[in-house]
Design a protein around this ligand. Structure first.
Ligand SMILES: NC(=O)c1ccc[n+]([C@@H]2O[C@H](COP(=O)([O-])OP(=O)(O)OC[C@H]3O[C@@H](n4cnc5c(N)ncnc54)[C@H](O)[C@@H]3O)[C@@H](O)[C@H]2O)c1
Length: 250
């Protein structure tokens, strides 16, 4: 088992890629804190996981953009499980608008959750991991942190920020035995895409050389790998899980 006896915090763990990752990590032996704003889904998932293996999951309500709540998340994790070995920094939202009419409050909310939230979660995890002398953080960016796409200015700016924040943190904490990597998925079939109509989805599918969207489980396998000791010499990396999206034009 890749994460036997490890304690993992998964933000945005109640849905989509986070949910699939929490399931994968528990299957690989971890105990997991599901950290999310959605209490109903988060608590239901924790119950489901505890039926798979006793006392392996708890839910903690958190808005990752609120530093006091992030601090409480890690205090709660320590009081439940005593340590923090893995963090999947995954909570995020989407938003599309043309730049010249982009509502500034929407820009700010996307940056607050998708970039500042990633920093705040890393910040509070790193203090604990530094004291432990070990840890592994996987930050969730996107193909849109690697290439641009029209109508996504706040989202792309935030995700590009996550890719380079990861590199910087990796340098800062390598000597403390802490690895920090990014996973960059292409379009994945999750509730995040629920507002897109059929025509838009077909257009997006056509951008993936493999001819389909990704599945949350396919991202989860990459996250578990990066989180685990199998990736012991990998830090500061940006693993594209994108069905060839960024490889070029075919
Ligand atoms: N689905 C995709 O196509 C895709 C592609 C690339 C990257 N991503 C990234 O993957 C991550 C997960 O996305 P998903 O597709 O699973 O979406 P999702 O909507 O299924 O899940 C996101 C989860 O994050 C939670 N969340 C939102 N804001 C939060 C906050 N402020 N604090 C705590 N939790 C919050 C939501 O409640 C939800 O449970 C995001 O960072 C997203 O940007 C998704």
């Amino acid at each position: 088992m890749r994460l036997k006896d490890k304690v993992a915090v998964v933000t945005g763990g109640a849905s989509g890629i986070g949910e699939a990752s929490a399931l994968d990590m528990v299957a690989e032996g971890a105990r997991v804190v599901i950290a999310d704003m959605d209490s109903d889904r988060g608590e239901a998932l924790a119950r489901r996981l505890n039926e798979m293996r006793e006392v392996c999951a708890v839910f903690q309500a958190v808005d990752v953009a609120d530093e006091a709540q992030v601090e409480t998340l890690f205090q709660a994790t320590l009081s439940h499980f005593g340590r923090v070995d893995v963090v999947f920094n995954n909570a995020g939202i989407g938003h599309m608008a043309e730049a010249d009419s982009y509502p500034t409050e929407d820009w700010q909310r996307v940056i607050d959750i998708n970039l500042t939230g990633v920093f705040l979660v890393a910040k509070h995890a790193l203090g604990i991991m530094k004291a432990q002398g070990s840890g592994s953080i996987v930050n969730c960016a996107s193909i849109l942190g690697n290439v641009g796409q029209s109508m996504t200015s706040a989202y792309s700016a935030a995700k590009g920020g996550v890719v380079n924040l990861t590199r910087t943190l990796a340098l800062e904490y390598a000597a403390h035995g802490i690895r920090i990597n990014t996973v960059s998925p292409a379009y994945i079939d999750t509730p995040l895409l629920r507002d897109l109509d059929r025509e838009m989805l077909d257009r997006l599918i056509a951008l993936h050389p493999v001819g389909r969207l990704g599945r949350p489980e396919e991202v989860a396998r990459a996250v578990t790998f990066l989180a685990s000791d199998d990736a012991s010499f990998i830090t500061g990396a940006n693993l594209l899980v994108d069905g060839g999206f960024t490889a070029g034009k075919s």
